[in-house]
Design a protein around this ligand. Structure first.
Ligand code: URA
Length: 192
């Protein structure tokens, strides 16, 4: 098994799909490499590509606000990654072929982290990690168990920016997430 630094090096040098040709930076991930909670988005946008860090644009600011409501912090007690590590041009959805080319990096992150809880941010991540027929409008906030790991999806923060009417439901989902973290991964809240 690769170490974190070997995996990150391989990812930063990756040319497995055409997205490498247009990227500024690979966006590997951010957070605590001992976290028990993993958040997964779909792929970097413009700001993320420029900075090399996930969720640093407007949607990222909202994500930080959402996390704060339940005492989570990107640098302290969770880890954040994406399905694809390089920006799709014009922020289009990542193609299945691009996801297939990239997914082993997320698998590697998953093996190293061994999270107890995985939170999919938006439908692309949920369709990839929970099930191909996942319906975000019906199934956000619900739990799905796979091999002893608890998965749930939240609306993507960019979707909440576009449609603020979904925010009250997301508040309920966040409180449910906090409840299950306290039950299943209580160490999350003990990290200073
Ligand atoms: N949206 C995502 O899904 N991931 C990011 O890193 C930024 C925006």
């Amino acid at each position: 098994m690769m170490s974190w630094s070997e995996l990150e090096k391989a990812c930063l040098d990756c040319t497995k799909c055409a997205l490498y040709e247009t990227r500024t930076n690979v966006v590997f991930g951010v957070g605590n490499k001992n976290a028990e909670v993993l958040l997964v988005g779909e792929g970097p946008g413009e700001q993320e590509d420029l900075k090399g860090e996930p969720f640093v644009g407007r949607a990222g600011q909202l994500l930080d606000d959402m996390l704060k409501i339940i005492n989570l912090d990107r640098k302290r007690n969770i880890y954040i990654a994406n399905i694809v590590k390089c920006r799709p041009p014009k922020n289009r959805d990542p193609l299945n072929t691009e996801q297939d080319a990239c997914i082993d990096y997320l698998r590697g992150q998953f093996r190293l982290l061994k999270p107890k809880i995985v939170v999919c941010l938006g439908r692309i991540a949920a369709m990839r990690l929970i099930g191909e027929n996942f319906k975000i409008t019906q199934e956000h906030g619900k739990w799905f168990e796979k091999d002893g790991v608890q998965f749930m999806a939240l609306y993507h923060p960019a979707a909440l920016l576009r449609d603020p009417r979904r925010r009250p439901e997301t508040f309920v989902d966040l409180k449910e997430l906090e409840r299950v973290i306290r039950e299943t991964a209580p160490g999350t809240y003990l990290i200073p």
